[in-house]
Design a protein around this ligand. Structure first.
Ligand code: ADP
Length: 780
């Protein structure tokens, strides 16, 4: 969209009134959405109203509809649930109720409504909109409003944001609350596994999802479950025998525990519910295993929202206001959804229709179609689960040997990637070696063959089980070559950060000198800095953002009894400002200084003034993030001194250097799942490449495309040759030359109340929901 057009929109908000409500089941992240809608609304000059208690408040009116100001939504981003309340409202399902609701909106001149809720709430909103003209006519007839008022309010614009922990809404990659629910499930699984392992137990965990198995599926993948029950894919008849056989096998391979995950809506092929107790009794009767059932229930809705949900909701909230600003009489009610890392708009009722189609497909026992309709990502997750949990080790050996190593600093998810890569290699019949201490270990011969069980329990472990070092191959090339020859390594899977990529590049560049290096190589980016070229996300960065966010939440809270305090928090990331920026959005920071977005003393001055002004309000607290290498001279110490001095008598200052806690902790569900998938995809790709370059009993790979970085770009898994990536890398600062997340900085600044220009805002386009977009775009 042209710059002038966006500036026009900035003005267009003046005179507009927007109301926001949350409805249906609550979900973590709803507050961040309410905050973003409110602030973006105010930012564009609109009046914003908060409607309390969902549709109930809309129908009742009165004190339930309150105009908001900038501070009304302060300090809520970290809270679970919804601070404006949610309800299920019978009255709104009737025309009489909606008539009252219309009367209440008209009274405040509100003709823009943002509804945050599930498909029920959004359907209600669409009905409301389609009836609007009729409702106003009726109000005029009844003498409740004048014709003039009806004319002024003749059009109701609706935008929906999907808040649902089940991720059961078609058209968006993720709904608000799903990632946080997965966090809760994973915390419980981690807690249960420690005790189950001690006692050699089997546990059956029931998670939410009456109609949608997403939570069960992803938690199954992220915990390495032995068996999964989801409504979209009931098990084949005779599953009882198969399941018991599988559980018995995992035990006989040395596993001390079995995990079975069951969605609450699990059914068998005839549509009969499968209950967690039925599964438990089966395991006890047939196998005699000590088995316990845990039903998770509302725990899944609880707790603080994850970083992903806070950022997602902020992005969606901002886009919702843009959608309302741009609405014309012809635009249908839309939902803001997520496609890759971009917000898009989709016609609300088309999405509701596809969502209903999935249910219909399940009701009519067209199960394969149901999985497809859920989207490519769902299908892909399901296929990977089946590969890992249901495939047996190959009976015949392949001619190939692969080695896996970790390079650089530890990052969460590395172990998940090693585990799935090892297991999938074994399924393919390859000989599989793991190397300790990165390239140094490869040079010194710290190489050992591993089997299926050697990586048991690695999925949820933080750090690097293999041991990792930063040494680059250049320093020990001869010895590396010697070991590659000695162990006959034909494929090298390097999991790590910038050094992993740089190291593989060095090996490729040495191919001319050493024929032994003409092997297939793949890098799985794993670093908290998220600075590896060739991917939008590195393994470990989600865990790091969550760790940094949790610390900042605590830091902020520590000041709740202390007036007028500003915290300067230093984050890791090298020159890459990803961690700082995303953490900043997730905690509602006042600023996040990064290397990629250069700043001067004028910016620092503006920030100090901004904080001084803020201290005059009720929110007497500030949080400023600073990436460790954002500026050579404006160090953390410098900022502290500057802010302390300038703020003297107005606020005091404290420093926090987050340091290594950002690397540690248990991996988030996203990193476990992402690591698992990248491990599988990398090995499948390597196997295919090896076949291509195998001839007369040997592997010879010397083309650029035989050494790649695997990554997620938008929604697609991409393999980029390291030799190509070299052209788009800033080696001095260890950064990709282009970084997608830089456009998030605009949002950070807007939400922190800085004057920014909307000219750089990339507005989501209206798309259509088709099966094609659903399945192809959701490719990962
Ligand atoms: P969710 O939004 O989480 O799917 P529900 O289906 O319970 O939750 O819907 C929440 C509220 O939205 C309902 O209590 C009702 O007020 C309103 N609603 C749902 N469906 C409709 C409908 N078809 N027509 C009008 N209002 C509806």
């Amino acid at each position: 969209m042209a710059a002038a057009e966006l500036e026009r929109l900035r003005m267009a908000g003046a005179g507009m009134a927007i109301a926001v409500l949350t409805s249906g089941g609550d979900a973590q992240g709803m507050n961040a959405a309410v905050r973003a809608v409110t602030r973006m609304g105010i930012y564009v000059g609109a009046k914003v109203f908060l409607i309390y208690e969902g549709y109930e408040g809309l129908v009742e009116g009165g004190d339930n509809i309150k105009q908001a100001n900038w501070l009304s939504v302060s300090n809520i981003i970290q809270l679970g649930g919804t601070v404006i309340g949610s309800a299920r409202c019978k009255a709104f399902t009737t025309r009489a109720g909606r008539l009252r609701a219309a009367r209440n909106l008209v009274e405040h001149g509100i003709t823009n409504l943002c509804v945050i809720g599930g498909d029920g709430s959004l359907t209600g909103a669409d009905i409301f909109r389609s009836e609007w003209a009729g409702l106003l006519d009726e109000l005029v007839r009844d003498g409740q409003i004048s014709e003039e008022v009806a004319r002024q309010n003749c059009r109701l614009n609706i935008v929906g944001l999907v808040g649902s922990i089940d991720n059961d809404f078609c058209g968006t990659d993720m709904t608000i609350g799903t990632d946080s629910a997965l966090h809760r499930i994973m915390e419980v699984i981690d807690a249960i596994t420690t005790t189950a392992q001690s006692h050699q137990r089997t546990f059956v965990l029931e998670v939410m999802g009456r109609h949608c198995g997403y939570l069960a599926l992803v938690s199954g993948l992220a915990s390495g479950a032995d068996w999964l029950f989801i409504p979209e894919s009931p098990p084949e008849d005779g599953w009882e025998d198969l399941m018991c056989e599988r559980l018995g096998e995992t035990r006989s391979r040395g596993s001390r525990l079995n995990i079975i995950i069951i969605a609450e809506g699990a059914i068998d092929r005839s549509g009969k519910p499968i209950s967690s107790n039925y599964v438990k009794d089966l395991v006890v009767q047939r196998l005699g295993f000590d088995t316990r059932v845990t039903v998770l229930g509302h725990v899944q809705r609880g707790g603080t929202p994850s970083a992903f949900d806070r950022v997602l909701s902020s992005k969606m909230g901002m886009e919702a206001v843009m959608a309302l600003l741009e609405a014309t009489p012809d635009t249908p009610a839309c939902v803001v959804s997520l496609s890759g890392n971009q917000s898009v708009r989709l016609p609300l009722m088309e999405c509701v229709q596809v969502t209903k189609d999935v249910q219909k497909a399940m009701d009519e026992k067209r199960f394969e179609e149901a999985i497809q309709l859920r989207g490519g990502s769902f299908e892909n997750n399901w296929n990977i689960y089946k590969l890992l949990a249901h495939q047996k080790p190959a009976q015949e050996k392949s001619p190939f040997s692969l080695a896996i190593l970790n390079v650089g600093a530890p990052a969460a998810g590395m172990n998940a990637a090693v585990r799935s890569a090892v297991r999938i290699s074994i399924c393919q019949g390859h000989t599989i070696y793991v190397v300790s201490d990165g390239f140094e270990g490869l040079a010194t011969g710290q190489i050992r063959e591993v089997g299926w069980h050697d990586v048991a329990g690695w999925l949820g472990r933080g750090g690097s089980m293999l041991g990792t070092k930063r040494t680059l191959p250049k320093t020990c090339m001869e010895k590396i070559v010697e070991n590659v020859r000695k162990f006959n390594i034909q494929g090298l899977l390097v999991i790590g950060g910038f050094e992993a990529y740089e190291g593989v590049l060095q090996l490729v560049e040495a191919r001319g000198q050493y024929e032994e290096l003409c092997i297939v190589m793949c890098v799985i980016p794993a670093t908290i800095s998220n600075n590896v070229p060739g991917t939008d996300f590195s393994l470990g960065s989600d865990t790091a953002v969550n760790a940094a966010m949790e610390s900042c939440d605590r830091i902020k809270q520590s000041a709740s009894g202390t007036k007028r305090r500003v915290f300067i928090v230093e984050t890791m990331g090298g020159y890459c400002g990803y961690l700082s920026t995303v953490t900043g959005i997730a905690v509602g920071a006042d600023a996040a200084y990064v290397y990629e977005d250069p700043f001067t003393i004028h910016d620092l001055k503006a920030n100090v003034e901004h904080l001084t002004d803020k201290m005059k309000t009720d929110i007497q607290r500030g949080l400023v993030l600073r990436n460790e290498k954002c500026h050579e001279h404006y160090t953390t110490e410098f900022l502290y001194n500057l802010y302390s001095s300038e703020g003297k008598g107005i606020f005091d200052c404290r420093i926090n250097v987050l340091g290594h806690l950002q690397q540690g902790g248990a991996p988030t569900p996203f990193d476990r799942n992402y690591g698992t998938k990248l491990g599988v995809k990398a090995v499948l790709w390597m196997s295919e490449k090896l076949q291509q370059v195998y001839s007369k009993g040997r592997v010879f790979a010397n083309s650029g495309d035989s050494a790649c970085v695997i990554g997620l770009r938008k929604k697609v898994v991409a393999f980029s040759p390291v030799t190509e990536l070299k052209k788009v890398t800033d080696f001095e600062h260890r950064l990709p030359q282009e970084q997608w997340w830089l456009n998030l900085r605009l949002m950070l600044k807007m939400l922190a109340n800085y004057q920014i220009s909307l000219t750089e805002y990339i507005s989501g386009q209206m798309e259509h929901v088709t099966r094609r977009t659903l399945s192809i775009e959701k490719g990962f």
